[in-house]
Design a protein around this ligand. Structure first.
Ligand SMILES: C[S@@+](CC[C@H](N)C(=O)[O-])C[C@H]1O[C@@H](n2cnc3c(N)ncnc32)[C@H](O)[C@@H]1O
Length: 272
């Protein structure tokens, strides 16, 4: 079978999926793939391709099939124990980098690190020390692996904890970054099957209004953020932005809301 036949064939999958599956199975870049449209696919590659297309047809996200996802121009290893890093989260990372510009010797927390997408990029881009915390042991294994492959294992530390619970009481942070679960109970049932049936519920479910975990985080904030420190929280709606703004203002912080590229409220940023 030729590459062209797979790209133009009717498999019930999008062209984007078919091209990505071909690139993965044949170990080719998209540019190389399009330059070799009339090449025959080797038998071994064809076997990988068929498995990949069948899994995709069953709804499995491509990132879990290939085991990788691009985020902030880096390739992250992902598996079904972690949320697939989303482009919206780059807004939070950019907000963090802007606030850290030139700052050295800071201690940063990536709370609910999942694959480590946020924390490892911030460590790599700024050279500051980042604590990556997650309640899931399996997610932390993945985050550690990504820290190694990005070359920041010397700058990152990992802890399994329900929010601050397992962290020593003396430890304070100059910056707290969090993309904790914020999907509401109502939205959860209506998510695309790729997300609902494959991504970890622990990474998505934020309770009735999506803010259960964030409320607990903010309640346990006293003593965790140094005076003059920053906290950046990713959210999914204007309502959530308003609620978190009120809670953080109640904790004495000045607030800025950062919108994403679709002009939706995406990050609540607090400054102490
Ligand atoms: C929405 S995912 C975000 C993952 C990653 N930060 C990202 O942006 O791709 C939320 C993460 O928070 C973790 N989590 C959920 N509840 C937690 C808790 N109480 N304490 C620490 N981590 C928690 C989940 O295991 C999951 O990895």
């Amino acid at each position: 079978m030729k590459i062209r036949q797979v790209i133009t064939g009717q498999t019930g999958l999008s062209r984007t999926d078919r091209v990505a599956a071909l690139c993965y199975a044949c170990s080719l870049t998209p540019e190389r793939l399009y330059a070799d449209l009339d090449s025959d696919i080797a038998d071994a590659d064809l076997e990988v391709l068929e498995k990949c297309l069948n899994e995709r047809m069953s709804g499995k996200p491509l990132a879990y099939i290939t085991g990788r996802r691009e985020f902030f121009s880096e390739t992250f290893t992902v598996n079904e124990n972690v949320l697939i890093p989303r482009p919206e989260t780059e807004v939070l990372v950019e907000g963090a980098l802007e606030r850290l510009r030139g700052a050295k010797g800071r201690t940063i927390l990536d709370m609910g690190c999942g694959s480590g997408a946020i924390g490892t990029i911030v460590a790599k881009e700024t050279g500051n020390r980042v604590f990556c915390v997650d309640i899931s042991h399996e997610a932390l294994k993945c985050a550690r692996q990504n820290a190694r492959s990005l070359g920041v294992d010397g700058l990152t530390e990992f802890a399994c904890s329900d929010l601050f619970e397992a962290l020593g009481t003396g430890i304070q942070f100059d910056m707290i970054l969090a993309n904790l679960p914020y999907v509401t109970s109502g939205e959860l049932a209506q998510l695309m099957p790729d997300v609902r049936d494959f991504e970890p519920r622990l990474a998505l479910d934020g309770g009735e209004d999506g803010l259960d975990v964030y409320r607990r985080l903010i309640a346990s904030l006293p003593g965790r953020l140094v005076p003059g420190g920053d906290i950046l929280l990713e959210i999914g709606s204007a309502h959530q932005a308003r609620e978190l703004k009120a809670l953080l203002e109640g904790a004495g912080l000045g607030i800025q809301i950062i919108n994403d590229y679709a002009n939706k409220e995406r990050v609540v940023a607090g400054h102490g």
